[in-house]
Design a protein around this ligand. Sequence first.
Ligand code: ADP
Ligand code: MG
Length: 242
Amino acid sequence: MIEVKNLKKKFGNDLVLKNISLEINDNEVVVVIGPSGSGKSTLLRCIAKLENVSDGKIFFDDIEMTKEKETLRDLRGQLGMVFQHFNLFPNLTVLENIILAPILVKEEKRAKAIVEARRLLALVNLQEKEDAYPNSLSGGQQQRIAIARSLAMHPKVMLFDEPTSALDPEMVGEVLNVMKELAHEGMTMIIVTHEMGFARQVSDRVLFMDDGHIIEENRPNEIFDHPQHQRTKEFLDKILPN
Ligand code: ADP
Ligand code: MG
């Protein structure tokens, strides 16, 4: 579904993605781990077309997204992205937040968009909040609304960049549960997270990034129990409780 070939990304003279190649298959859940500054967010942002790449190619299905002429319109809605900070529109209700893009971008009828929004609110277990304003909700609830808002565009792939990092610990589980549910439904996902228990349970594959490279990738149990590279070991020693 997604193929990244020899991707390089520079900020000024700083090469932050150094030659990344990877493939994401349909229905696959891939977790990306690695130290701060290793390029995880930049990789996601390049895939989501939020950054221009400096070199290399990214294909989505068989469309080369990195071609000059390939407009955002062709891809709009096909990739959903959820960030650490949810950025809901504070002046709109939960329901209005969710139906906004389908109506404006996909030109869906309001009534149809509302039916779909209610289905998604049920999926994230927040049916009773459709008339609430974002600021009246907890961080975990807001992040679940952000996920519902993203899903309203019917993306083929969901990208998550540390979706639980800004949450109080007691709210992490409710967001991870929604992501687990999506995984069960077969959503293709790329997830940057430090939640290793979740990664072990839900992912098909884990990529370890360091200093702009993918150092190692494997099934979660392999990478967590038998890391092959010293840098992976050192990172996991720091992050895993024992
Ligand atoms: P991670 O998500 O793994 O913490 P990032 O992808 O955010 O890493 O950052 C990788 C490197 O790129 C870091 O050195 C960061 O400072 C740099 N970087 C990220 N975004 C920008 C930007 N917009 N301008 C300049 N440098 C950036
Ligand atoms: Mg990041």
